[in-house]
Write a protein that binds this ligand. Structure first.
Ligand SMILES: Nc1ncnc2c1ncn2[C@@H]1O[C@H](COP(=O)(O)OP(=O)(O)OP(=O)(O)O)[C@@H](O)[C@H]1O
Ligand SMILES: [Mg+2]
Length: 362
């Protein structure tokens, strides 16, 4: 997928902008507060339907405006034209459009735009909460397996039901309880099987990439399914049911699953420097990009915000080389072009400069 033309209006400090990015590398420079991350954030909306900086959609609407919109003309990997757009107003109404047809289902839009993001906060993928890592795994499944979203939604609906009962302190009669638990356990096992096999595949791609990208140390990833290894989910729910009633929520299941990182046998969080953590995340995302291509023969879009932060120049180059070698459409922001002193070697690039929310091609 390539974004061929992007049009924004009233997004953060950008009143309006229209740009034809490169299908390969697009560099966006500008001073602090000029609007670089805002531009990246608007593209992120196409792939996720939300911001990566706030949960409040109204925060991204330009001050004194009523709504923002982002439209893009895309060229799919089959060479077809796809027109998508998203609009959100202060009254929390949102509308997306796909080839002129309106939809109020966000999935219709985001399932078409496989997009990844790397920012200085991306180290949260390793040091942040397990939810970040589950989202990372699920991105790979969501864009590859058509009915993954259904399995995911069903599991979380059943979990919500069980938790509501647990909160009331009243699990149903033994018979009713067994019925709901069976359902939860069956869908939960299904979710687990998919996540586990995704991580298995990712591991081999990751091992290869990290040995080239991070030759300094040996990083390993492993999968934790969210309950005791030897038990089935049904058995774990039964074993934990007295505890679950006491605490008022379901304490085991794929909603607790996680990815674990070790460096030469030690927990990565305890050993790696900030820059090394960023490198490890970069390697993980390169692996995800590669696996996505292997599984779908499609190309993803990659947003790289603030490339200068905590990555030395050699690593920046290696990361960008790695992404471009996979024919990923890459958007990179930097305060100054000098942060990418090696940029002249890329032929098929476009450069934009942002100043007080105005985006100009250089
Ligand atoms: N809703 C809004 N309406 C108008 N302006 C906003 C809104 N939200 C944020 N801003 C302003 O938009 C500007 C651009 O912010 P942005 O984070 O995009 O800058 P940046 O170029 O990425 O800067 P940095 O190099 O510091 O990361 C900031 O001055 C910010 O105060
Ligand atoms: Mg920024």
């Amino acid at each position: 997928m390539k974004l061929d033309n992007v049009q924004l209006s009233d997004f953060r400090n950008i009143a309006s902008a229209s740009l034809h990015p490169s299908h390969s590398l697009t560099l966006i420079t500008g001073k602090n507060g000029s609007g670089k991350s805002s531009l990246i954030e608007s593209l992120f909306y196409l792939g996720f339907g939300r911001s990566f900086r706030t949960v409040k959609h109204t925060s991204v609407i330009r001050n004194n405006s009523d709504k923002f919109s982002v439209f893009a003309k895309c060229i799919t990997d089959m060479g077809e034209e796809l027109n998508v757009g998203l609009q959100r107003s202060r009254s929390e109404q949102f509308l997306c459009s796909i080839n002129g047809e309106h939809s109020n289902r966000l999935t219709d839009l985001v399932s078409r735009i496989p997009l990844q993001l790397f920012t200085p906060q991306s180290t949260d993928l390793i040091i942040g909460s397990p939810g970040e890592r589950r989202r990372f795994i699920d991105w790979g499944l969501f864009h590859v397996e058509h009915n993954f979203n259904k399995v995911f939604q069903t599991y979380h609906r059943l979990l919500k039901n069980r938790n509501a009962l647990l909160k009331q302190g009243a699990l149903l009669t033994a018979k009713e309880n067994a019925y709901w638990e069976q359902q939860l356990a069956a869908v939960g096992e299904e979710l687990n099987v998919r996540r586990k096999s995704y991580v298995d595949e990712l591991q081999s791609v990751f091992n290869h990439i990290s040995s080239e990208f991070l030759p300094e140390f040996c990083l390993e990833i492993s999968y934790y399914k969210g309950w005791e290894k030897e038990l089935s989910l049904a058995e774990s729910l039964v074993k934990k049911s007295a505890y679950d009633i006491k605490v008022g929520f379901t304490s085991s299941g794929p909603h607790k699953s996680d990815l674990r990182f070790k460096v030469d046998g030690t927990i990565a969080q305890e050993l790696l420097s900030r820059g090394q953590l960023r490198m490890a995340v970069a390697a993980l995302q390169l692996a995800q990009t590669k696996l996505f291509q292997q599984q779908t023969s499609r190309k993803s879009i990659f947003l790289l915000d603030d490339v200068g932060a905590e990555l030395d120049i050699e690593k920046r180059e290696r990361f960008i080389d790695g992404l471009l070698a996979m024919d990923t459409q890459l958007f990179v922001t930097a305060i100054e072009r000098e942060q990418l002193a090696f940029i002249d070697k890329y032929k098929d690039k476009k450069m934009f400069h942002v100043e007080h929310g105005r985006v100009n091609e250089e």
